[in-house]
Design a protein around this ligand. Structure first.
Ligand code: ADP
Ligand code: MG
Length: 266
C-alpha cells in the first residue's frame, strides 16, 4: 500500500517535538532505544507501537525530560529538553489518584503544587467544567476508592488538562479499561486534542487504537528499539469508530501487524 503525502513544506504546521538520533542505554547490556528520529508537529497525533519491553516508555520519558538520552537531541518548541517540563501533560497506565483527596482535589493538585492553594481555588471552576466534559459531574467530592477504573482514568485526564498543556504525552493511558470505555475515551481524547489544537504522542500496543487516533503511526522493533517505519494514516478527520470497518482501516492494520510480526528480525 502506498499513501501519497502532498503537503508542501510551507503549509506544514510548525514542529513541536524534534528528535534527532536519540539513543538510550541502561548500563552496558541494555540498549533500550537506538537512533530515533521523529518530528511531531502542532496539532498532530502520533502513536508509537511495539511489543512489550521495546523501549516505548523510555522514549516517552526522554521526551518528557524525566530521563536523559544517552545520545542525540530532543527539542520541544525550539528549545532543548534538559529536565522535567511543566508545559506538557502526561498520563500513564494507572490513574495514580491520591486516595485521601477527593476527585476535585486530585484534579487541582498540579495547580496547587505549582502555583499554591489560592490559584487552585481559582482553578476549581475550570476543574468542574472539565469534570462535566468527561462525564464526571456529581463526582467532585467522591474519593478514588468509590470510582470505577474508567472514572478514575477520566479524572486523570482532567488532572492532565487542568494546566492546559498544548502537548500531551500518553503512555498506554486506557489499557486498563474495558473495550467499550476505551473506545469512548479515545474519541474523547481526539475531541479534546482537536478543540485545543494540541499535539499528542501516544504509546500503545493496540494496532486498532493507533490507527484510529493517529496522523502517523511509528512502528518500533524490539531490542534495540528502533522506529522501523512511520506510517501516515490518511483517514479523514474527525475519526469515528465506524471507520474501523473501512477497507483502508483494515489495510493499515494489516501493514502494521506485518511489520510487528517480523519483530526482532528488523
Ligand atoms: P516498553 O515501554 O516498550 O515496554 P521500556 O521503555 O519500559 O519498554 O523498557 C525498554 C527496555 O529497557 C526493557 O528491556 C527494560 O527492561 C529496560 N529498562 C527500562 N527502564 C529501565 C531502567 N530504569 N533501568 C534499567 N533498564 C530499564
Ligand atoms: Mg511501557
Amino acid at each position: 500500500m502506498t499513501v501519497a503525502v502532498t503537503v508542501s513544506a510551507e503549509a506544514r504546521p510548525r514542529p513541536v517535538y524534534e528528535l534527532a538520533q536519540v539513543s538510550k542505554s541502561y548500563g552496558e547490556r541494555v540498549v533500550a532505544l537506538e537512533s530515533v528520529d521523529l518530528v511531531l508537529r502542532e496539532g498532530e497525533f502520533h502513536s508509537v507501537i511495539g511489543s512489550s519491553g521495546c523501549g516505548k516508555s523510555t522514549l516517552l520519558k526522554i521526551m518528557a525530560g524525566l530521563t536523559p538520552p544517552s545520545k542525540g537531541r530532543v527539542m520541544l518548541a525550539g528549545t532543548p529538553v534538559l529536565g522535567a517540563r511543566a508545559d506538557i501533560g502526561m498520563m500513564f497506565q494507572q490513574a495514580t489518584l491520591f486516595p485521601w483527596r477527593t476527585t476535585l482535589q486530585n484534579i487541582l493538585l498540579p495547580v496547587e503544587v505549582r502555583e499554591g492553594r489560592a490559584a487552585a481555588e481559582t482553578a476549581a471552576a475550570r476543574a468542574r467544567i472539565l469534570l462535566e466534559l468527561v462525564g464526571l459531574k456529581g463526582f467532585e467530592d467522591t474519593y478514588p476508592s468509590q470510582l470505577s477504573g474508567g472514572m478514575a482514568q477520566r479524572a486523570a485526564i482532567c488532572r492532565m488538562l487542568i494546566s492546559e498543556p498544548n502537548v500531551l504525552l500518553l503512555d498506554e493511558p486506557f489499557s486498563a479499561l474495558d473495550e467499550i470505555t476505551r473506545d469512548f475515551m479515545n474519541m474523547e481524547l481526539q475531541r479534546i486534542c482537536r478543540e485545543r489544537n494540541a499535539s499528542a504522542f501516544l504509546v500503545t500496543h493496540s494496532i486498532a487504537e493507533a490507527v484510529i487516533l493517529s496522523d502517523i503511526v511509528h512502528v518500533m522493533s524490539s531490542r534495540p528499539g528502533r522506529i522501523v517505519r512511520s506510517i501516515p494514516i490518511a483517514l479523514p478527520r474527525p475519526r469515528t469508530l465506524d471507520m474501523t470497518t473501512l477497507p483502508l482501516f483494515g489495510e493499515y492494520v494489516g501493514v502494521i501487524r506485518g511489520l510487528l510480526d517480523k519483530g526482532a528480525f528488523l
